[in-house]
Structures are given as C-alpha cells and as structure tokens.
Design a protein around this ligand. Sequence first.
Ligand code: CAA
Length: 380
Amino acid sequence: MDFKLTEEHIMIRDAARDFANSELLPGVIERDDKQEFPTEQIKKMGELGFLGMMASPEYGGGGMDTVSYVLAMEEISKIDASASVVMSVNNSLVCWGLDTFGSPEQKEKYLTKLTTGESIGAFCLSEPEAGSDATSQKTTAIDHGDHYILNGTKNWITNGNTADFYLVIAQTDREKKHKGINAFIVEKTWEGFEIGPKENKLGIRGSDTHSLIFNDVKVPKENRIGEDGFGFKFAMKTLAGGRIGIAAQALGIAGGAYELALKYSKERKAFGTEICNHQAIAFKLADMHVSIEAARMLVMKAAVDKDNKENYDLSGAMAKLYASKVAMDVSVEAVQVHGGNGFVKDYHVERMMRDAKITQIYEGTSEIQKIVISRSIING
Ligand code: CAA
C-alpha cells in the first residue's frame, strides 16, 4: 500500500504542527493542572478549519480526506490531547455523522455552525449501564406525534458543558431492541436539559466531561437523524470512523512522548556521557520508534480504507487497539528515560502517560476492539 503523502497532506500536517507548538504548548501544563478547557485555542482551531475537516464545503467543512484529518490529529495530540479530543469528537462523531446521515435542513441549521467552531458538538451514547453494551440504552424518547419526549441520563460525555448541540442516542421502542433506537439532535438551551457536575479525571483534564440529565425534554421530530430505528447503526457507523481519529490521537501522544525522550536522552549526561549512549536507553528508543512506525501503518491503512470507501470497521478497530497500546507503553517508557524529571510536570511526559490511558477506554475499550476484530476474522 502506498502511503506517500501529497503536498497538500504535508501542508496540513505542518500547519497543525505549527499551531500546536505556537498556540497549544504555552499553558498546556496549567490547563491540565486546573482542568481548564482550552476555549481560545479551540476557537482558533475552528477558524483554521480543524474542527470540520472532512465535512462538505457546502456546509462550511474542509472537504478533506481522512488521511489529512489523521495527520492533523496526530500533530495536535503530540502537544495537547485535551484539545485533540475536542477536535476528534467534533470532526469524527458529530460533523461526520451529521454530514453523512443528516437531512439538508439539519445540516443547514447545525452543521454549518459546527464545522466552523461557532458551536461545539457532543456525542451522547454512554450511560451508567450502557458503556460497552451500547444496545442496553435506558434513555427513552417517546413518540408524541410531531415530537419526542426524552428522559434519561448520559455519562462521561466529552464536551459535556462546552457543547451547544448534542447527538443523543435513545430507545424509542424497547420491544424492537437495537432496531428501536434513534439518534436525535438536542440543543443545550432546551427545557429539561441539565448538565451534571464535571468529572475530575486522570488525564485529558483540559477537556470537559460531564453526565447529562434529560427530564421530559421536547425534541421536534425533524431532529431525529435518519429513518425511524436507524439510531444504533448511526452510532456504530459513526464510532467506526471515530476510532480512526482516536487511533491518530494515540499515535500523536506516543510520538510526542518519544520525541521528548529522544531529545532528553541526547542532553542528559550520566556515567560520563549522554544517556542515549547507554544501551539501556538506546534500546528503549529503538523499541519506541519501531512500535510508533507500526502503529502509523495501521492508522494510515484505516484512513486510506475509509477514503477509498472500503469497509474500515476492522482496520479502524485494529488501529485503535494497537495505537492505544503503543501510546501507553511509549509514554511509560518516556517517563522512565526522563528518570526523576519524568515524574514532575514540567517535562510533559507524566501528563502524556496519564492522557494515553483514555485512548484504551473511550470510543470502545480495547476489549471492545477485540470483539470487533475477532468477529470480523471469524465471520469474514
Ligand atoms: N456499522 C454498521 N452497522 C453495525 C456496525 C457497524 N460498524 N456494528 C454493528 N452494526 C449493526 C449490526 O449489523 C447489527 O444490525 P442487524 O441486527 O441489522 O444485523 C446491530 O448493529 C447490532 O450489532 P451487534 O449484534 O454486533 O451488537 P452487539 O450488541 O453485539 O454490540 C459492540 C456490538 C461492537 C460491542 C457495540 O455495542 C459497541 O461498539 N460497543 C462499544 C460502544 C462504544 O464505543 N462506546 C463509546 C462511547 S462514545 C465515546 O466514547 C465518545 C467520546 O466521548 C470520546
């Protein structure tokens, strides 16, 4: 497979790298410490076109391919995984989902604001008892003719408070199980919609994660996405693409930690020489480099599959499973290379190690990716 980047790809990657270094790096430690959302930075990302990269230009999107998107995700994630999760959810789940399955009216009303960053989106599937087991939705949306009445609670919602528009998955007919699930666009300001307290997280602390409570929220019928009963497929199809974005995020965290470890090992001296001259460190760097390059191949393969309109359920799950393990392993080793300095905040790698963990959990845990992969290889 040819992964040769075009001039445009390189331009996008470099623009994302420059932005990350000039706008995200200053203050990233403080934002993590204070759990502060990167409001100004996300606004600028919207202005630069990083929030609706793959969406149709007709609705304000960049009309770019998935390869461009993963390159930008990787660069942003090398510096600030809290900013890149906002980017990932807005691009892969919200904008892509609406662009692909929304009605022209929904796109006009919502997508045009989401692609430019004027508004931020959230994707609401997980519940207290339906995280991995996504068919067990307890949130209900009862049909009342021209509208639905939405009730229930969603958990661990990225952009929980900063979002303006929420794609909410709910059960409309329990008898029909997953075929009785629908997806709705819900506005923050609607009566009965309450935002729960912010989660105090191990990593990606600059992003805001909340539970959401819906108490008799009236949702107009025109805000249902697709045909009646399409909601579960909508969620699965959207998440399949989302996993490529998170795989790119994991690749970026690994790459960022590796670059810092390499630089540090060339500067820090012990036993009379720079520590990169000791095999104990050099072999770690070799292992990190190889695993990152292997993860990159899987991420690119999944992105190219999506761009070529081939099935990417398997390649996306493989990319996410492997890249997230690499992010975890490499960031732990990067802390080790830094020794005592790795354990303090100023050197960034301890944050990257904490941020890496979520890539093995959200948008389907590693165990969920193994379900998708094993089913695909067994059933074809
Ligand atoms: N594309 C299209 N349809 C799909 C699909 C896909 N990728 N995957 C499944 N489906 C369809 C199946 O074909 C089936 O439809 P039919 O009955 O018509 O054939 C239906 O969906 C049910 O599929 P399964 O029988 O495979 O369902 P399951 O109950 O066994 O679950 C699962 C499959 C893979 C475990 C799924 O539940 C899953 O992905 N769970 C994890 C959910 C998840 O990722 N949660 C994360 C929350 S979002 C998040 O983290 C965002 C954030 O904030 C960052």
